[in-house]
Design a protein around this ligand. Structure first.
Ligand code: ZN
Length: 221
């Protein structure tokens, strides 16, 4: 897998600074696993962020910081406090085609079962531990099928896990990311042979047109 479309510098800088929304951060983390060029670029931003931190004056710890730290160490591990429920749904419910695996970045996330949202399009919501309303999920598009043309209420970032898609800005293959902001309206079309499986995170809602837009709306909020 060799990525040709990397995140924008601003996105990597915000990743390095820890200021990305959790859903966007998850998509960038998945991409970084597959894209050594992006990891190298990220290292530059991390070095810059580290230099900035070095120039800040040290902050004094509060008086009870040591007590609170020791209390945390004494606390029982979380797993022991919550026994596993026998009927719990599987953590990763969406079945993937042979040879397609979830990025390690999703190991602690829940991945819901596939939900039909339109002809040749299915969606699976991703849950991020500790985040109440992460707007992120897997989208699988059948070969040659298109997502409905849509605009964006905020930034959208897409990571291609397998297959490929194209829109007016180019063709995106395995390992690539595609970023769209509120000025962009596009209609991604899946590869005619392989279709595509992507992880998509959205800040704000997608704005779809027509009936499909109405169908998809409950899954993109
Ligand atoms: Zn979009």
């Amino acid at each position: 897998m060799s990525a040709t479309h990397l995140p924008q510098d601003e996105t990597l800088a915000r990743f390095a600074a820890g200021t990305l929304e959790p859903a966007t951060r998850l998509v960038v983390a998945a991409h970084l696993e597959a894209a050594p060029q992006a990891r190298a670029r990220l290292a530059l931003f991390e070095a810059t962020a580290g230099t900035l931190l070095d120039t800040l004056p040290p902050t004094a710890l509060s008086d009870d910081a040591l007590d609170r730290t020791l209390a945390l160490l004494d606390a029982p591990p979380r797993a022991a406090a919550r026994p596993a429920a026998s009927r719990k749904p599987p953590r990763h419910a969406a079945r993937l085609p042979a040879g397609v695996t979830l990025p390690r970045a999703l190991a602690d996330c829940t991945v819901g079962r596939w939900i039909w949202v339109g002809p040749g399009v299915r969606w699976s919501r991703i849950g991020i531990p500790g985040v109440a309303h992460a707007n992120v999920g897997l989208v699988q598009v059948a070969p040659g099928r298109a997502l409905p043309e849509h605009g964006h209420g905020g930034k959208e970032i897409t990571y291609v896990m397998s297959g490929a898609f194209s829109d007016a800005s180019g063709r995106y293959g395995p390992g690539d990311v595609c970023e769209a902001d509120p000025e962009v309206e596009h209609q991604p079309v899946a590869d005619a042979r392989d279709g595509c499986i992507c992880i998509i995170a959205m800040e704000g809602a997608l704005r779809f047109r027509g009936l499909l837009g109405t169908l998809l709306r409950p899954f993109t909020h």
